[in-house]
Design a protein around this ligand. Structure first.
Ligand SMILES: Cc1cc2nc3c(=O)[nH]c(=O)nc-3n(C[C@H](O)[C@H](O)[C@H](O)COP(=O)(O)OP(=O)(O)OC[C@H]3O[C@@H](n4cnc5c(N)ncnc54)[C@H](O)[C@@H]3O)c2cc1C
Length: 212
């Protein structure tokens, strides 16, 4: 893993700098805690943003999917296309911030934006990436479930994106009202938000072809 600063480019320079960071470890921690990445790309001048799961190994973020979907066709270059630039965003929403004035309502959050171009990976790297994606959802799960076979690997495209041209933004703390509003009789504070794993619910699966 590379430590220290991410690569700051004009595209990843945050304008409200007090909330910005280019710290790699912080970016990795946010990516590891998040579960859904919003993956943005442009096809024929139209933007698309698609939710996807992902995994991380060191400085690389991995995505996967069926090779026929628009996102996979676009990002891997597909038939006659160049590999497309991509923007991957992961957001952790930590709290609603309620101020005395409507304009100062806000949110506490930690988010990462990664820019770059993906490369398609195959073979051993693809297998390690798929394991990382499974373990990202539930650590240790790959040791319990059957690994993908040759056919499943053939039918799955795995994409790698370097976590390098990237930025982090973090907001913490309470509302920041204008002084003139501080005496208003309005409740102000934060409402913390967390993602909670529920109790496991075992599901019995019928064998294929079993009458419903
Ligand atoms: C939490 C989460 C995780 C996911 N993880 C993955 C993943 O790791 N890999 C993967 O391949 N897919 C994943 N998906 C599904 C993914 O979002 C797309 O639906 C899928 O990749 C593309 O499907 P498609 O070929 O039918 O659509 P595309 O050909 O990509 O899109 C056709 C149209 O379908 C609509 N569409 C596509 N996806 C969505 C959506 N999610 N919600 C609403 N409308 C949509 C849009 O209008 C789009 O223009 C995930 C979805 C969710 C919600």
């Amino acid at each position: 893993v590379t430590t220290g600063e991410l690569t700051q480019t004009p595209q990843t320079t945050v304008r409200r700098a007090e909330r910005a960071s280019y710290d790699r470890e912080l970016a990795h921690a946010i990516l590891d805690e998040g579960l859904v990445a919003h993956v943005g790309f442009v096809v024929d001048e139209r933007p698309f943003v698609i939710p996807m799961v992902y995994g991380r190994i060191d400085d690389t973020l991995y995505l996967h999917g069926a090779p026929g979907t628009r996102i996979l066709r676009t990002l891997t270059g597909g038939e006659g296309r160049r590999a497309a630039p991509v923007c991957v965003t992961v957001t952790l929403l930590d709290a609603l911030v309620l101020a005395k004035s409507q304009m100062h309502h806000s949110a506490n959050y930690r988010s990462v934006v990664v820019l770059g171009a993906v490369r398609r990976v195959r073979g051993e790297e693809a297998e390690r990436a798929l394991t990382a994606i499974v373990d990202h959802a539930l650590p240790g799960r790959s040791a319990q479930a059957r690994p993908p076979d040759a056919g499943e690997l053939r039918r799955t495209a795995v994409l790698a994106l370097p976590i390098d041209e990237a930025s982090v933004k973090v907001r913490t703390g309470g509302p920041v009202d204008d002084e003139a509003d501080l005496a208003l009789p309005v409740w102000a504070g934060i409402i913390p938000l967390t993602t909670v794993r529920g109790e496991q619910v075992e599901m019995v699966q019928a064998p294929e072809g079993f009458p419903a």
